[in-house]
Design a protein around this ligand. Structure first.
Ligand code: ZN
Length: 228
């Protein structure tokens, strides 16, 4: 017969509660949903510094993401939405001497911490793609599956991207990228197009198109906020 332990149940409940409110708990994510307008948007220009991202001829992903991110920031600010950037120049956040996956993770962790420390309510990480398998181009919004809000924002942004006449219409999709798995606030990873496809390539390097793309992303964020 088991000894009667009057404190066993309360203790297990206390431990469960401690887990649920700990910084590692998935429940904490639900508590950090953007509940108020205005939002605090952190825009992450993907890659930079030691990591140029994908390369296509003389183009580097890190340069294009920075150019587009600056336009997204300007477009959001025009709508009176607070928008800051993880980087405004060609830098990374890995520590000297780090290499490969360790450097990449440290870089991404730093970007996520910036958002967390500043109390950002939405994180937008911008990228451009290269894929020899892609038969059609277009911008594509990826979101974290765990947060229903992230899916909603992704759908608003993807819908606004469809309003660009040149845009190949792709659907917003859930994905398991490191950023999308680890970031505790709603996060979108936006692949702005395919550099290896000539139509997308010529558009992505054009400043007027970068502006239009950024405007559509900002309109998507605004439409989401107004739907709240
Ligand atoms: Zn990238």
């Amino acid at each position: 017969m088991k000894p009667f332990r009057p404190y066993a149940l309360p203790l297990s409940l206390i431990l469960l509660f401690a887990f649920l409110v700990s910084p590692f708990s998935p429940v904490k994510k639900a508590l950090t949903l953007p509940s108020k307008v205005p939002a605090y948007v952190m825009i992450d220009a993907g890659h930079g510094g030691y990591d140029p991202g994908v390369l296509s001829g003389d183009l580097r992903e890190s340069d294009l993401t920075l150019a587009i991110s600056k336009e997204v920031q300007a477009a959001l600010r025009e709508k009176n939405i607070v928008a800051v950037m993880t980087r405004t120049e060609d830098i990374d956040f890995a520590k000297p001497g780090m290499k490969g996956k360790v450097a990449k993770r440290a870089d991404l962790d730093h970007r996520m911490n910036m958002a967390f420390e500043q109390g950002a309510t939405l994180f937008l990480s911008l990228h451009v793609n290269v894929s020899p398998l892609a038969s059609r181009g277009g911008a594509e919004v990826f979101y974290m599956e765990e947060l229903p809000e992230a899916k909603k924002i992704a759908q608003f942004v993807q819908t606004k991207l469809h309003t660009l006449p040149e845009m190949t219409k792709r659907a917003a999709k859930p994905a398991k990228y490191y950023l999308l798995r680890k970031q505790p606030i709603p996060t979108l990873l936006i692949e702005c197009g395919y550099l290896n496809l000539s139509g997308d390539r010529s558009r992505l390097i054009s400043p007027p198109y970068q502006k239009k793309l950024a405007q559509a992303i900002a309109e998507g964020v605004q439409a989401y906020l107004e739907s709240q």
